[in-house]
Design a protein. Structure first.
Lengths: 361, 309
């Protein structure tokens, strides 16, 4: 059995650590690219959301590299992600890619179902080994997110442009050379060290932009067309609350273990969105408000076309924009989105924020 | 007398009558927005974000249509109306959407209805809605029981499909009740089929047990209320020899159906040879195009039937 998994930004680092620790055989599909995108949209129904199309592309490319089993996480509604595994399996089978798809999710039919699936994939149920692997993966997801946030700080401030990007790119590709939790952690620390040594311009006060939106659409760099890098290169600092580690650690592990987790965003969103509508809707509405209160210069909402929870958030954002006096831009992405139009909108938004800051002085 | 407005959209088609009976029993005057028309749709499309589904746009239109005539609008916060299931994120956010995007809306009566864990959760919601009119909880519960009985009476179906004789056909039209039964969204598909001489069957005619039975055999539980209904109906009806064809109606931008229509189609194709057509509706759909597709479908189904007969 050769496993594979879908890409979502830097998630491959965490998943690689997990699978390495468990000693399983796996293939990392090529990063999201034009070919995987067109393969995905060829086989997927037209109106499903973009991440499903991207996932399919990843699976098919991994299939060509010898993978036969897909592992991913799941859910039980109301967001469509909960049904991904099922529909993806159907599509793969109908189109001559006989891959098995296992979703690891909050069990509908009791804990045994999950244990059965873990047994099927890992060929056993070794609790200490599992706990150790999950712990290592969770640590790594936090470290990777911290590293990424460090690049958000250095990119707009670096003295010679492009240094951060170079280190970050080396880091992302260098991961393939590392095996196991320990080596990956060392690799991350090394990159962090290099980032901290970048000479910075003194006394620069860059514009600050908060990024909110659907988790795949904000975390996957190919889907966002490197929005964080582009903004950084324009001299803008970005911040994003919803990351892989926030999802894995807060949403999945802490919830499963019934531990307290950060409710700040959900509380902040209450006047606008009082109940759950699925996905990260409440968190995103709340984070927009948190950014406004922290004095950010603007917020960008990103989501793949047709994302149900984000449409609700999008409808509420004008009210937040009005009440807090902070500009908000919504960008919707699908497989047809052209890069030039996208960049033009980003540049126009940046210009608006600069002028706004000048006026406020 | 207090006047309550109920928009004729979304769950009105399933629960509107019993909500109306409930409020009238408590002494309120109930105004339901008029039958959908193009003017209402245009008004809704103007107020709503472009990306929303057709049904949400129509809901906005209906709400805007009656907002000035009523003291309260009844828009409950619906997370789930059946055990272990959700409705859809957009329906879940309705009260917040209305409050923050439609200018000049009256106060909302929006009790939280979340029956995902237990049906008992309905009682606090009923009391919350009733307390706008009376302080007597017993009176509220009496009104509630009356309305609930009325709903049970209205939804008692026993499906009987007589084989269609000669040139007439039995066509199943599958879709969310608020799409299939709305004139504007469905562009009168039901009427059009009936006037062409077909007998039409919809999801609401199927008893719940049949639907649940079909969905029980799936490898993953469908966690959307309307998703389970449509897929279950498709699976059941595709096995019935009396059904000559299945039409699945979905609206552009419906997230649930983007998955369920495709899923149902794949499942049907594997177990049955019944003709299946997926129709995707949006506010731009030209009626002539739809007519042509419906005619072509009924022609094809008719020819196929006479060939096998």
């Amino acid at each position: 059995m050769k496993l594979t998994f879908p890409h979502m930004g830097n998630a491959y680092i965490t998943i690689k650590a997990l699978l390495d620790e468990l000693g399983l055989d796996y293939v990392i599909p090529p990063f999201n690219n034009k070919r995987s995108m067109s393969l995905g949209s060829k086989y997927a129904p037209e109106q499903v959301c973009l991440p499903l199309k991207k996932n399919l592309g990843n699976y098919i490319e991994a299939f060509e590299m010898g993978a036969d089993t897909v592992v991913l996480t799941g859910g039980c509604g109301p967001c469509r992600f909960g049904f991904y595994a099922e529909l993806e399996k159907e599509i793969l089978h109908d189109n001559g890619f006989p891959m098995e798809v296992y979703a690891f999710e909050k069990p509908e039919q009791g804990i045994w179902e999950v244990i059965e699936r873990i047994k099927a994939v890992t060929g056993g149920f070794n609790v200490p080994k599992l706990v150790k692997a999950v712990k290592a993966a969770a640590d790594i997801s936090v470290m990777v997110d911290e590293l990424e946030r460090l690049t958000y700080k250095t990119r707009p401030r670096e003295a010679s442009p492009g240094e951060t990007d170079k280190i970050y790119r080396d880091f992302r590709y260098g991961i393939f050379e590392a095996t196991g939790g320990k080596e990956i952690k060392e690799h991350i620390k090394e990159a962090e060290e290099r980032l901290r040594q970048i000479p910075l311009k003194e006394g620069r006060q860059p514009l600050r932009v908060g990024i909110i939106g659907e988790i795949y659409g904000t975390n996957d760099s190919q889907t966002t067309m490197d929005i964080d890098i582009r903004l950084g290169q324009m001299g803008i600092e970005v911040y994003r609350y919803v990351t892989l580690s926030s999802w894995v650690v807060d949403h999945m592990l802490k919830k499963a273990l019934r531990m307290a987790y950060d409710m700040g965003a959900i509380e902040a969103a209450r006047p606008y969105l009082s109940g759950t509508v699925g996905g990260h809707a409440q968190e995103n509405a709340g984070n927009a408000i948190r950014f406004a209160k922290d004095g950010y210069d603007g917020v960008i909402q990103l989501y793949p076309l047709n994302c149900m929870p984000e449409i609700v958030v999008q409808s509420l954002l004008p009210a937040i924009e009005r009440d807090y006096g902070m500009p908000i831009l919504t960008l919707i992405i699908d497989e047809m989105t052209g890069e030039a139009g996208y960049i033009t909108r980003l540049e126009a938004f940046a210009e608006l924020m600069y002028q706004r800051r000048e006026l406020q002085k | 007398m207090i006047t309550i407005g109920i928009p004729r959209a979304f769950l009105y088609y399933d629960y509107g009558h019993c909500c109306r009976a409930f409020f009238e029993e408590l002494g309120a005057r109930v105004i339901v927005s008029g039958e959908s028309n193009l003017e209402i749709l245009d008004k809704g499309a103007e107020l709503c974000v472009d990306e929303a589904c057709l049904a949400l746009k129509l809901f906005y239109g209906h709400t805007a249509d009656i907002k000035n005539k009523v003291d309260y609008l009844f828009i409950p916060r619906l997370t789930s109306i059946s055990k272990g299931e959700y409705i859809c994120p957009k329906i879940g956010g309705l009260p917040d959407l209305v409050r923050h995007t439609i200018p000049g809306v009256p106060k909302l009566i929006s009790p939280e209805i979340n029956l995902r864990k237990s049906y008992r959760q309905l009682i606090p919601a009923v009391l919350e809605a009733g307390r706008y009119f009376t302080r007597d909880d017993r009176k509220i519960m009496t009104a509630y029981r009356k309305a609930a009985n009325m709903w049970r009476e209205n939804t008692k179906y026993s499906l009987f499909i007589p084989p269609a004789e000669g040139p007439s056909l039995n066509i199943a039209v599958i879709g969310h009740s608020y799409n299939v039964h709305d004139r504007i969204i469905s562009m009168n598909t039901l009427e059009k089929l009936k006037s062409s001489g077909a007998s039409v069957y919809t999801c609401e005619m199927l008893p719940e047990e049949l639907i649940n039975n079909e969905c029980g055999s799936l490898s993953k539980k469908i966690f959307w209320h309307y998703g389970r209904k449509t897929v279950g109906s498709c699976l059941y009806l595709s096995k019935q020899i009396e059904i000559d064809g299945i039409i699945f109606l979905m609206t552009y931008g419906c997230g649930v159906d983007s998955f369920m229509a495709d899923y149902a189609e794949r499942k049907i194709r594997r177990q049955s040879s019944v003709p299946f057509m997926l129709i995707n509706l949006d506010e731009h759909t030209g009626e002539a195009g739809l007519n042509t597709r419906l005619e072509a479908f009924t022609d094809m189904v008719g020819m196929r039937k006479s060939e096998y007969a």
